[in-house]
Ligand binder design. Structure first.
Ligand SMILES: [Zn+2]
Length: 77
């Protein structure tokens, strides 16, 4: 398995997560997490994504948004 590490792309992040109100939800198992916590995301036991190891989706999103500012400016016409 390739050693995938941040920064992820927004497309990649969107495949795994969705933001519902002010909670972040795993698309695979429907577990959710509040932005206030700094713990790894807790999936349900049956979740396919959880096998990839601990993830910090809020941090990932934060990194993507920071890294992506320049890129999204290019993409917006
Ligand atoms: Zn999950």
């Amino acid at each position: 398995m390739p050693n995938r590490r941040p920064p992820f792309t927004m497309d990649c992040w969107n495949k795994d997560w969705i933001v519902h109100g002010h909670k972040l939800v795993c698309r695979s198992c429907g577990a959710s997490q509040c932005p206030a916590t700094d713990e790894p995301f807790r999936h349900t036991e049956a979740c396919a994504i959880s096998g990839a190891g601990a993830r910090y989706p809020w941090r990932e999103l934060n990194d993507i948004l920071k890294e992506g500012v320049a890129e999204s400016r290019r993409m917006v016409h």
